[in-house]
Write a protein that binds this ligand. Structure first.
Ligand SMILES: [Zn+2]
Length: 232
């Protein structure tokens, strides 16, 4: 998997999205020697059903949970853009910030969420769609073209991403066997304790969904993506 991939950037909307959608794949890339960076666009400040919680406390809790999850998987660093949960928009500023991080960390492979609305409401959360669309627009053409965001130059030189994995569950191009890292994925996911009243239910759901995704290929557990290759 990592023959031509050395640096990976995972761009997601919320703390925990990377682990849910790609935690096993990230674990495998790290084991293969890749350097993985996370870029989390929102601060997750609405993700609580606890009536005593405040957005400010939640931001700090979720940032720490995300750092722990990243450490569990061997992710090199976590960057937060800090936009409010549920309110991220496809603006020039958001596109510039994502472009800046692509140019800064210079990934060979970028992993992002799907920009498409589906009737899986959790997976196609408004922020996921927005951030997925922004990430793809930044891969091409914004990170590549020196005249896009001239204010980023000369510090952040253009960069060409070579491959994109788009998290995807319906007729995916690419099914990755995560059987040997499913326990690690679950340990990383469990770091997001503020998000789960009963982690055993989450674990059961993740195992069930991952097993379903792997079935066609004969994998015990899998993650699934659309795969975009960008020509040289
Ligand atoms: Zn999310």
């Amino acid at each position: 998997m990592a023959d031509t991939i050395q640096r990976v950037l995972v761009v997601t909307a919320h703390p925990d999205d990377s682990e849910f959608g790609a935690g096993g794949t990230v674990a495998k890339l790290v084991k293969d020697g890749c350097e993985v960076t996370y870029l989390i666009v929102t601060n997750g400040n609405k993700g609580s059903s606890d009536r005593t919680m405040t957005p400010e406390r939640l931001v700090a809790i979720r940032a720490e949970e995300q750092r722990q999850a990243a450490r569990t998987l061997g992710v090199a660093r976590v960057e937060f853009l800090g936009y409010p949960d549920g309110e991220v928009e496809d603006t020039r500023e958001v596109r510039r910030e994502v472009t800046r991080h692509i140019r800064r960390w210079r990934p060979d492979l970028l992993i992002c969420q799907s920009p498409n609305r589906t009737y899986n409401l959790g997976a196609s959360h408004r922020d996921h769609r927005t951030v997925g669309g922004v990430a793809l627009d930044c891969v091409y053409p914004l990170a590549r073209d020196h005249m896009a965001f001239p204010e980023l130059m000369p510090e952040f030189e253009p960069h060409k991403v070579r491959q994109v994995y788009v998290m995807q569950w319906q007729n995916p191009h690419l099914v990755i066997d995560i059987s040997d890292v499913i326990d690690l994925k679950l340990r990383a996911l469990a770091c997001h304790a503020s998000q789960f009243a009963d982690f055993s239910k989450v674990e059961a759901r993740v195992r069930e969904r991952s097993a379903e995704l792997g079935k066609a290929k004969g994998y015990a557990y899998a993650e699934a993506f659309d795969h975009i290759l960008l020509p040289f």
